[in-house]
Design a protein around this ligand. Structure first.
Ligand SMILES: CC(C)(COP(=O)(O)OP(=O)(O)OC[C@H]1O[C@@H](n2cnc3c(N)ncnc32)[C@H](O)[C@@H]1OP(=O)(O)O)[C@@H](O)C(=O)NCCC(=O)NCCS
Length: 196
C-alpha cells in the first residue's frame, strides 16, 4: 500500500475522532501555483455567508454564522488578513482556508491551519496544494514559529496532504498513539507506519 492509497475507510474501521498534527517550523514549505484560471482572494465584508455556504457542503459539519463567529471572532480586519477563498475561472468561490493563530498553545502563540475546504466537485483539480502553500506561506510571513491543525481521523485525503506538507501526528498520550495507529492500514507514510 502506498502513502497515497485511495482506499476510503468505513466508519466502522475508523472513528470520526479529532486529532492534531504539527509542523515544527515554517521552513521548506512546498511551493505550488494555481492551475490556469484559478486564483485566491482574501475575506472581504459580506463573506461570512460565502464561508458558511462553502463549508455547509461537508456532511459532518453544521455550518452557520454562529460557527463562523466561534471559530474566527468578529474582528473582520484580522479575518481579512488571514482567510483565503479559492476562486474558479468563472468567479465562483470553490474553497477556503485560513492562516489562523492560537494565542495560547501550551503558553505560546503559534499558527494554525484552519478550515481547509474545497467543494467536492473541485477535488482532484490541483487546488489543495496551492491553497496550503498560500496558507503556510502566510503563517510564516506572520512570524509564527510553528503551527498545528486539528483534523479527524477519517479525513484520509486531508491527512495525506498534510503529511506531504511536513505535518506529523501530534502524539502526547498513549491514546493519541492508539488513534493514529488506526490509520496504518490506510497510510504508509513513515510518520504513521513507524508507530508500530
Ligand atoms: C482535503 C482536500 C482539501 C484535498 O483536496 P483534493 O482536491 O481532494 O486533493 P488533491 O486531489 O489536490 O490531492 C492533494 C493530495 O491530497 C491527498 N489525497 C487527495 N485525495 C486522496 C484520496 N482519495 N486518498 C488519499 N489521499 C488523497 C494526496 O496526498 C494528494 O497528493 P498527490 O496529488 O500528490 O497524490 C479536499 O479533499 C477536501 O476539501 N475535503 C473535505 C474537507 C476536508 O476534509 N478538509 C480538511 C479538514 S482538516
Amino acid at each position: 500500500m502506498t502513502t497515497d492509497s485511495r482506499t476510503e475507510p468505513t466508519a466502522a474501521e475508523i472513528p470520526y475522532r479529532k486529532v492534531r498534527m504539527i509542523r515544527r517550523n515554517l521552513d521548506g514549505i512546498p511551493q505550488f501555483g494555481w492551475p490556469e484560471g484559478f486564483c485566491s482572494r482574501r475575506f472581504a465584508d459580506g463573506d461570512m455567508d460565502v464561508w458558511v455556504s462553502t463549508i455547509s457542503t461537508d456532511r459532518h459539519v453544521q455550518a452557520d454564522r454562529a460557527l463562523f463567529v466561534r471559530e474566527f471572532g468578529e474582528d473582520s480586519r484580522r479575518i481579512a488578513e488571514r482567510m483565503f477563498f479559492v476562486v474558479s475561472p468563472d468567479g465562483k468561490v470553490v474553497g477556503t482556508a485560513t492562516a489562523w493563530e492560537d494565542r495560547d498553545d501550551h503558553g505560546v502563540t503559534v499558527g494554525r491551519v484552519h478550515w481547509v475546504f474545497l467543494l467536492p466537485e473541485y477535488h482532484g483539480r490541483g487546488l489543495a496544494k496551492p491553497l496550503l502553500t498560500e496558507t503556510l506561506n502566510l503563517i510564516g510571513r506572520l512570524g509564527h514559529p510553528r503551527c498545528y491543525l486539528v483534523t479527524q481521523l477519517t479525513r484520509i485525503p486531508a491527512i495525506n496532504l498534510y503529511l506531504k506538507f511536513g505535518f506529523v501526528p501530534e502524539i502526547r498520550t498513549a491514546e493519541d498513539k492508539d488513534n493514529w495507529k488506526l490509520l496504518s492500514p490506510h497510510i504508509s507514510h513513515p510518520a504513521i507506519r513507524d508507530l508500530g
